[in-house]
Design a protein around this ligand. Structure first.
Ligand code: NAD
Ligand code: MG
Length: 408
């Protein structure tokens, strides 16, 4: 008798975002392989409704509880039968429900930590886009995955590329046995790679969000422009693969066709390539270890003219060095840096501080935070909140002194 393939039931956390939309696009191409258990959004109820019509989920969750009654009314008006839930507890519930096989963790920022961790603790297959959760809770997150047999598959294009270039029997942290001498983490350098340094302080949020190759949410777009994104990815790579800082080299590759590489002792370098479209890593992780169609057009090698590689300039991207220092200093420092950066990016997007002041806020916040142990999730959350308050004070002082300069 022919075996009927099991359909993977998926909760998409952050369904209305850039990664969430790409995930739904891939899922809908393969109804025989995937079905949607839950879709979640922060507050974009209209888009969530459209997505629910296409995916027929069993649950939808609106994180913002103030939107609950509006969401419930709208879904019933459109005669959708899915259950509407609200609030942060509900995000965790749909991440760890027993019916769920796979969780796409695509909420942006620290808000993704608890639902992603709930999925990990429930031993799910976790497709990890929310790098911030790993940056905030590194060891606790990896331990929880090991203790509960959760499978973490990287969605970040670089980490997905590294994963694809590692040997299938790679053991966590053991580069030596695998014959590897370096992980080459690539980055585009963002929209300001060649902008004269003197002009960087006056770039606008819209300019910072106009990434030359990738279409992403605003927070990660700004992080790409400051290269904090590469800094967070450096920390993420260390946790995902068990790497020392010296195992990783950051290489600028402005075309974003190579998504990262693994260099072996014999001189071979394996690269994963593809058009810059997140549906490729999403399809890879959804179907792993099989391969499925993703909707991404194949690379046309007749059109790929110039591949270039350079080193990032330290004074253009101060956030990169800060992230590496934080990674050496330990968990308290990466949690602090992540929180400071979220607050600083939001202040930049609201035009309260300038582009180059994002790194200033991050640096001052790190300097003003003394080392402390973070061995529980409560301690991580407390440290995150402390860093947020501190960063807001730093931003107020920075805005105050710029106002004074304008007045005098
Ligand atoms: P986005 O801003 O486009 O979407 C974020 C999603 O999170 C939305 O669905 C939003 O409703 C939800 N959300 C926001 N705040 C929330 C809150 N407080 N509580 C619950 N839900 C909330 O972001 P994105 O670009 O899709 O990025 C999502 C994650 O994936 C980030 O961690 C980012 O670093 C990572 N990532 C994104 C890309 C990309 O190409 N966009 C690439 C690699 C990694
Ligand atoms: Mg990335």
């Amino acid at each position: 008798m022919q075996k009927v393939p099991k359909v993977q039931k998926i909760s998409v956390l952050g369904a209305t975002g850039s990664i969430g939309k790409s995930t739904i696009d891939v899922i809908l191409r393969h109804p025989e392989l995937f079905s949607v258990f839950a879709l979640t959004a922060n507050s974009n109820i209209e888009l969530l409704l459209q997505q629910a019509k296409l995916c027929s989920p069993e649950y939808v969750v609106i994180a913002d509880p103030k939107q609950f009654s509006h969401a419930k009314a709208l879904f019933s008006e459109h005669q959708l039968t899915c259950e509407v839930l609200a609030g942060h507890e509900a995000l965790q519930q749909v991440a760890c429900a027993p019916e769920v096989d796979t969780v796409m963790a695509a909420i942006v920022g620290a808000a993704g930590l608890m639902p992603t961790l709930a999925a990990v603790k429930a031993g799910k297959k976790v497709l990890l886009a929310n790098k911030e959760s790993l940056v905030m809770s590194g060891d606790l997150f990896i331990q929880a995955a090991n203790q509960n047999n959760a499978q973490i598959l990287p969605i970040d294009s670089e980490h997905n590329a590294i994963f694809q270039c590692l040997p299938v029997d790679f053991k966590y942290g053991d580069l030596c046995s695998a014959g590897i001498n370096k992980i080459l983490l690539t980055g585009s350098g963002g929209p300001f790679l060649t902008t004269p340094m003197g002009e960087l302080h006056q770039v606008t949020p819209d300019q910072a969000c106009a990434h030359p190759n990738w279409d992403m949410g605003r927070k990660i777009s700004v992080d790409s422009a400051t290269m904090m994104n590469k800094g967070l990815e450096f920390i993420e790579a260390r946790w995902l693969f068990g790497l020392e800082a010296s195992d990783i080299q950051i290489v600028l590759h402005p075309q974003s066709i190579i998504h990262s590489m693994v260099q072996y002792l014999d001189g071979s370098v394996l690269a994963q390539m593809g058009n810059p479209d997140m549906r490729t890593p999403i399809a890879h992780a959804l179907a792993f270890p099989k391969r499925i169609e993703s909707g991404v057009p194949p690379l046309d090698f007749n059109q790929l003219a110039n591949f270039s590689f350079t080193e990032p300039e330290a004074d253009r991207y101060p956030n990169l060095a800060l992230a590496m220092q934080a990674s050496e200093a330990g968990q308290y420092a990466t949690t602090t840096l992540n929180a400071a950066n979220e607050v600083a990016v939001e202040a930049f997007l609201q035009e309260k501080i300038g582009f180059m002041q994002i790194a200033q806020v991050n640096e001052q916040c790190l300097q003003q935070t003394s080392a402390h142990d973070l061995d529980t999730i409560d301690a991580v959350l407390e440290s995150d909140q402390t860093a947020r308050r501190l960063s807001m004070n730093i931003i107020e002082q920075l805005s105050h002194s710029s106002m004074q300069r304008v007045v005098s």
